[in-house]
Design a protein around this ligand. Sequence first.
Ligand code: HEC
Ligand code: HEC
Length: 346
Amino acid sequence: MPYPHQKSVVRTLRQRGWWLACLLMAACLSGVLMGLREPVKSTDLDALNKAVVVGDSSFINLWTAPAESRLRSLPAPDRALIRYGRDLIANTANYLGPKGSVAHMSNGMNCQNCHLKAGTQPWGNNYAAVQATYPKFRERSGTVENQIKRVNDCFQRSLNGRPLDSSSREMQAILAYIKWLGTDLPPKQVPRGAGIFKLKGMNRPADSTRGLAVYTQKCQSCHQPGGEGVLALGGRSYTYPPLWGKHSYNQGAGLFRLSNLAGYVRYNMPLGATYEAPQLTDEEAWDVAAYINSRPRPAGDVSRDWPNLAGKPFDHPFGPYADPFSEQQHKYGPFGPIKEWKEAHK
Ligand code: HEC
Ligand code: HEC
């Protein structure tokens, strides 16, 4: 039952509905007219842009990993395998790095260096979509890939190492952990906030000189002026991982594509930045990515990648291409014309 005064408010609103509507329209119209007379100031635009970012559906209701407490409902051996998988992601080098306790088969980086919080951070290159979307066809190999192949891709490229035996306890543990992260997710759907954010392109090439300035100011205190990072005490893993040089990811790795690196950096770096509290602008992210990927790094074998030329992504930095754009433009942009060309020649 509404209170009497509420009733009267409702009635008044109904009676006055038309008047209110007219008033609103008048207000809007005068707003528009004033808008026509006075150009929007850039500060207003900044405020407007901020409002748009906050309300953007790319940043709300994002995927979260299943709660730790739910692990308890699993049989002890499953629980142990999942936990081992998570530890392998977080502390890869301790087990499988140059001084690893299980094998020496990767460059000293941890999966978690790029897949933040053991692959659970929204827009932090997480594993949210893996269980739901594999096996799947991937243009890079031109084949249908299962999770084992995809995990080993990162071992061979991002960790510049060797593949893990598919029957090893380590591979089984990583798969169990990825499956656990996919708990409750419907098949074939990519959850919100999965993987790396797709950054809007610029209408100029990304500029490594400007990137160096960003790097000097905001990155080198941890990753070092020479990009080699800082080894942890004991030298088994990194406190600050390398961004280029012989211990970094190789040229076949996902981060060697500018859009992946820029998207990752935009919402995760400097350390502590998140999609909720980013510290770089889009331009800074593109430019610093250009600087990092213009530095030397291991070559890696990319000779059999992208067997279908038309399937190469717009930012794959090695020709030949199905389109007429240069390697330079494919590496640094602007990517808009390449995307348009691909769209027109589908
Ligand atoms: C140097 C950074 C880096 C490191 C280290 C790294 N990865 Fe990745 N990984 C990436 C990037 C970038 C992608 C996405 C590539 C793309 O979309 O083209 C990716 C993708 C993946 C995917 C597929 C995700 C999806 O949604 O399709 C899996 C699974 C994966 N990595 C597992 C691992 C494992 C396991 C390790 C450790 C052995 C590892 N990665 C280490 C950068 C890295
Ligand atoms: C306060 C220290 C710190 C600063 C400053 C910082 N990073 Fe990082 N960065 C890290 C750490 C630590 C990791 C690994 C995160 C983990 O393992 O959880 C990382 C990981 C990375 C990675 C993925 C792993 C790799 O080595 O390839 C990239 C790329 C990266 N940072 C780029 C940048 C860029 C670009 C900046 C500047 C805009 C920056 N970082 C500033 C500490 C820092």
